[in-house]
Structure formats: structure tokens, C-alpha cells
Design a protein around this ligand. Structure first.
Ligand code: SRM
Ligand code: SF4
Length: 573
């Protein structure tokens, strides 16, 4: 191990391809894992957390200590699943988790509150359902995203197929996963043994990547995967209803560490055009440059965006070309120009229909009176539709015939689930990350706070006659950016206890970063801070201008000045 490498690099390198002491600690009758195992476990798709509500309550009663729980993430490439698989996840939540599941911003599924003693059984059963948690987290290529819309079109077929090829190509090869989680169940062996498959990671090597790595494939007319926020994006170039190749976009990322000045959110840069046949080979070349040159000393500066920032795009592309042994074409002019959340009813093009149901912040639970989990369970059991998860934490039910369409609506209604077409635009286009109480990095509430803020905002927008405006609101409990708040029309980012940074000026299209409007806004002043901006928008917008575009055109100085005038009664409406 070269000097100056971070302790995690040493740990990965000596872990025997992610085995470490996980198997031994799993067999122990304890409620938690050692620090080293916690790090390695991420690559197996699970995080050790502690229930921060329970910790606070215990402290209040003078009982220090943590209530350890595990989060388990299933990776679902392109969000494509069967009803049977989805049903399995729902049932496992009751059996081995805390009774809810959560759809993520990357088309995956999370269980929370899993006791250590249930972990192995949960992962084993997820595998039995034909799914996996391997590489859902950790320093590897994470869940590969693609537009989930099931249209019967060659375009969607081609992009979906690339997504699956990429996911398969970058899947870790370590036998550790099978040994630790599956082996005794599948072979009857009592002891967890190593061996069998060879210990080889052809792409990753023994230290895997310097950091997480995110890939998406999407369309110009529909950037629903938020392509510019990824380390690597494949933007389909379409001619005559067929994908002729992809513009390759590199170096996007959202996370920021305020205490580390060198960190920043970045949009990906357009690097090259590749044919469909070349795409996986080029992806491997890009990943290998990051593997060999990404920062392994400081994890806060280890994402691909920092390597590209350090080298410049030209030097980065040259290194990729060197590995490919040929020059790459420059990107074509094609770029994103549309965005679809796929909610509501759509004809698939084969006589069937799909319905996109908005799941507020991705949480699937039964909460009086809305029995969402029961409704989805019944839909899967009775109608067995195809399932697709969206990058907006929502779900599509696919392949429905006319009769099933009616039945689906009636099941949702009888469980008091709000239909996508009945919710406000503000709610429909919003996302919040998990944050409190499970996320150990959360500074503020997010998932539990956003619904209430939207309630308030809906009232204000209705008063202004702006309810039909469509803009993205994305909230996170810390600056890591898990709900992608830095390119949305409105970003609300946890900064200090119950205080948020308010950002504006991004766009639904996802091709522009927003800017900080105000720092340290208390939660109960977020909506009142937005109201003057919406009034300004109403008074001075140009025809067809969106809220984000308006804020961008005005700039923060003018926004602040107007807000000040409004507060001092100097604005006539
Ligand atoms: Fe994330 C860490 C949840 C998408 C940037 N993210 C975490 C952890 C695991 C906290 C931790 O490290 O202890 C969170 C677990 C919370 C919990 O209790 O479940 C967490 N991230 C999530 C999810 C579940 C948010 C959601 O509400 O859906 C998303 C799971 C995606 C998936 O299925 O794979 C999720 N995270 C994202 C995204 C959005 C995306 O990928 O499209 C980002 C911004 C894009 C990016 O990566 O730049 C994101 N998460 C981070 C970061 C900052 C990374 C950085 O480069 O600085 C962290 C912290 C870290 O890695 O050290 C983080
Ligand atoms: Fe946790 Fe921060 Fe990610 Fe929210 S943005 S889930 S608080 S790491």
C-alpha cells in the first residue's frame, strides 16, 4: 500500500476482497459490528446506523447508548422489477425490517431498522427473490440508472439494454458476498468457507474504487435520470427513431463538505460521442482512469469530478483515449431539452397502459388513513403488473390492460392513496432525502419536514394563482445532496440544527446549478422566505418563464432587494 493512502484504502486492500471479519462478527451474539466491518459491509449493500430518535429519548431519560439498526439497500438497475419481487420486498419489511420500505432517488429500495440478527436472512431472501444488495453502496459502480418508462419503442429498448449491460459489467466479482450471505443456505454447509470462485476483480482490483461511482443512461427529450449529476452519463443520440450512439458526459456530482473549501457540486461535462457498441468499453476506460488516478488519500476529494477539475477535461479524455488505444469523436450537438416524471396514465404503445404513482419522498408505509403499503401489496398480488422505480422516488405499474387500469384506480382509492393527478405540482415535483432519524450524517430533518412545508407552500401558491407552476423542490438534511438539491429550481439544504440553506435558480431540466439565496433559514421561515420570490416572479416573469429561470435571470442581488422591499411594504401587488 502506497504511503499517504487513507485508512479505508488499507482496510479494503487487506480485506480479502471484502470479507474482512464480517462472517465472524455476523455469527456473534451482539447488536453491532466493528468499525472496520461497518465500512466493508457498505459494499455488500448495508449500513450500520443508530436510531437517533431512540438515542435522544434514551438520553432524555438519562440512559446513554445507541440502538443499532441496519439499513439494507437493494440495487435495481434501471428500476426494473417484477410484481413478485416488489411484493417480496414489501413482505420482508414486515418480517425482518421495521415495516416500511423506501424508494430512493436512484431507483433502488431501502429497508431501515433491521436488527443485526435479521441481516443475513434479509439479504438471503432478497437474493432468493432474484435481486441483490451487492454494490448497492460502497466504492464501486452503484445502481445504474435509466429512464424507467416502458414505452414499446426501440429507443427505450436500446437505452434499457445499455443500462443492464453496464450494471452486469461493473458488478463486483468477489465470492465474499456468496460466502457470507448465501452459501450455507444454498449448499447446506454449516461453516462459512472461502474459495470456490477465484478471488479476482478484473475491473476493480483489490482496493476497489477510490469512492462511489454513479452511471446513468438517458434521453435528450427526457432527462428523468438527471444525467448531468452523474460521474458518467450516456445521453442517447437519436436519429430516425433509433439510438445511433451516446454523448458521454463525465464528472457530475452533488456532494459538498462545507468545512472543506475545495469541495463543490458539479454538472457533468460533455466529453465524447460513442456508438452503442463502444459504450461499455468506454465506460470501463473512464472507470479505470478514476480507479488509478482518483484521490485515495482524502475521501472528501475522491470523486471523479475532482480528478477532472484537477486535470482538465482534455487531459482526462486523452488518458481515456490512451487506454482505449484510439481517439474519441467529439460530442454531437444533441443535448437535454425535456424532462418527464412519468406520473399518471400513459399508453405504452402496445395496447397496454402504465400508471405512474407519486410516492411522497419514496416512503411506503400504512399511515392512517392512507394505507399505501396495503394498496401496493394488493395491486401486486391481484394484478401482477410490471414494476419500474423512478429516479424521483416513485413507482410505475406497467403492462396493464383496460380492465386492470380501472381496478388499479379503485384499489388506490379504496386505500385513500392520493392519485398522482390529484396532488399539487409543488408536491409532485418535490423530493426529500431520508435524513433523521436513520441517517447518521443528517443535521436537520428532511423526509419528515418536507410534507408540512409543501402544505404551507400550496396555500401561498394558491393565493398567488401560481398553483399550476411546475418547479422542482428538493430538500436534504445535510449538504451531501442525496435528493440532488443543487440543480433544482428550489434547494433546501440542512446546515445547522433546524436551519437550512435556501438555493434557487436551477431548473427541472437539470442542466444548471442553482445558487444560494439565503443561509441559515429556520425551518419555520422557509416558506415565508420563498413567498416574496414568487410574488416577484408573478409580477415580472417573462412569458412562459419558469420560476428557476426567472430567479437565474434576476440574480440574487435583485431577489434579495425585492424581498427586502416586500418586507418593508414597498411592493405594490
Ligand atoms: Fe446518499 C451518503 C441516502 C442518493 C450523495 N446517502 C448517504 C447515506 C448512506 C449516509 C451515510 O453515508 O451514512 C444515506 C443513508 C440514509 C438512510 O438512512 O437511508 C444516503 N443517498 C441516500 C438515498 C437513500 C436518499 C434518498 O432519499 O433516496 C439515495 C440512495 C440512492 C441509491 O439508491 O443508491 C441517495 N446520495 C444520493 C445522491 C443522488 C444520486 O445519486 O442521484 C447523491 C448526490 C449525487 C452524488 O453522489 O454526488 C448522494 N450520499 C451522498 C453523499 C455525498 C457524496 C460526495 O461525493 O460527497 C454521501 C456521503 C458520503 O458518501 O460520504 C451520501
Ligand atoms: Fe443523510 Fe445528508 Fe444524504 Fe440526507 S443528504 S440522506 S441527511 S447524507
Amino acid at each position: 500500500m502506497a504511503p499517504g493512502q487513507s485508512p479505508l484504502e488499507v482496510l479494503k486492500g487487506s480485506s480479502r476482497f471484502l470479507r474482512g471479519e464480517i462472517a465472524r462478527e455476523l455469527a456473534e451474539d451482539t447488536d453491532s459490528f466493528s468499525k472496520d466491518s461497518v465500512q466493508l459491509l457498505k459494499h455488500h449493500g448495508t449500513y450500520q446506523q443508530d436510531d437517533r430518535d431512540a438515542r435522544q429519548a434514551a438520553r432524555a431519560e438519562g440512559r446513554p447508548g445507541k440502538k443499532f439498526i441496519m439499513m439494507v439497500r437493494t440495487r435495481v438497475p434501471g428500476g426494473v422489477m417484477t410484481a413478485e419481487q416488489f411484493l417480496a420486498e414489501l413482505e420482508l419489511a414486515d418480517l425482518l425490517g421495521e415495516g416500511t420500505i423506501r424508494l430512493t432517488t436512484r431507483q433502488s429500495i431501502q429497508h431501515h431498522g433491521v436488527p443485526k440478527g435479521n441481516l443475513r436472512e434479509l439479504i438471503r431472501r432478497i437474493h432468493q427473490a432474484g435481486l441483490t444488495t451487492l454494490a448497492a453502496c460502497g466504492d464501486v459502480v452503484r445502481n445504474v440508472m435509466a429512464c424507467p418508462a416502458p414505452f414499446e419503442s426501440p429507443l427505450h429498448g436500446q437505452v434499457g439494454e445499455l443500462c443492464q449491460r453496464l450494471a452486469e459489467h461493473f458488478k463486483p466479482r468477489t465470492p465474499a458476498y456468496r460466502e457470507i450471505w448465501l452459501q450455507d443456505a444454498t449448499t447446506g454447509e454449516k461453516e462459512l468457507v472461502s474459495g470456490g470462485e477465484a478471488d479476482v476483480e478484473p475491473i476493480y482490483g483489490s482496493t476497489y474504487l477510490p469512492r462511489k461511482f454513479k452511471i446513468a443512461a438517458g434521453f435528450c427529450h427526457d432527462n428523468c435520470v438527471d444525467l448531468y449529476t452523474h460521474d458518467l452519463g450516456f445521453l442517447a443520440v437519436v436519429r430516425d427513431e433509433s439510438v445511433v450512439g451516446y454523448n458521454v458526459v463525465v464528472g457530475g456530482g452533488q456532494g459538498v463538505t462545507p468545512s472543506k473549501k475545495e469541495t463543490f457540486p458539479a454538472l457533468g461535462k460533455r466529453m465524447a460521442f460513442v456508438t452503442s457498441e463502444e459504450a461499455v468499453e468506454v465506460a470501463e476506460a473512464v472507470v479505470s482512469v478514476q480507479r488509478d488516478h482518483g484521490n485515495r488519500e482524502d475521501r472528501k476529494l475522491a470523486r471523479l469530478k475532482y480528478l477532472i477539475h484537477r486535470w482538465g477535461l482534455d487531459a482526462f479524455r486523452s488518458e481515456v483515449e490512451k487506454r482505449l488505444g484510439r481517439r474519441l469523436w467529439g460530442p454531437w450537438d444533441d443535448d437535454v431539452f425535456g424532462f418527464d416524471d412519468h406520473l399518471g396514465w400513459h399508453a405504452q404503445g402496445n395496447g397496454r397502459w402504465f400508471y405512474g404513482l407519486n410516492i411522497e419522498n419514496g416512503r411506503i408505509a400504512d399511515r392512517d388513513p392512507v394505507r399505501l403499503k396495503s394498496a401496493l401489496t394488493q395491486i401486486c398480488r391481484e394484478l401482477a403488473p410490471g414494476i419500474r422505480l423512478t429516479s424521483h422516488q416513485s413507482i410505475l405499474f406497467t403492462d396493464l390492460d383496460d380492465e386492470q387500469c380501472q381496478r388499479l384506480t379503485s384499489i388506490l382509492k379504496s386505500h385513500y392513496v392520493p392519485l398522482s393527478e390529484s396532488i399539487s405540482n409543488a408536491r409532485r415535483w418535490s423530493m426529500a432525502c431520508v435524513a433523521w432519524p436513520t441517517c447518521g450524517l443528517a443535521i436537520t430533518e428532511s423526509e419528515r419536514a418536507l410534507p408540512g412545508l409543501i402544505d404551507e407552500l400550496e396555500v401561498e401558491l394558491a393565493k398567488l394563482g401560481l398553483s399550476s407552476e411546475a418547479f422542482t423542490i428538493r430538500m436534504t438534511g445535510c449538504p451531501n445532496g442525496c435528493a440532488r438539491p443543487y440543480n433544482s429550481d428550489i434547494g433546501i439544504v440542512g446546515k445547522a440544527r433546524d436551519k437550512y440553506t435556501l438555493l434557487v435558480g436551477g431548473q427541472r431540466l437539470g442542466k444548471r446549478l442553482n445558487f444560494i439565496h439565503k443561509e441559515m433559514v429556520p425551518r419555520d421561515e422557509i416558506v415565508s422566505s420563498l413567498v416574496p420570490l414568487f410574488i416577484f416572479f408573478k409580477l415580472e416573469r417573462e412569458e412562459g418563464e419558469t420560476f428557476g429561470d426567472f430567479c437565474h435571470r434576476q440574480g440574487n442581488e435583485r431577489l434579495l432587494r425585492f424581498a427586502d422591499d416586500y418586507r418593508h411594504g414597498r411592493v405594490q401587488q
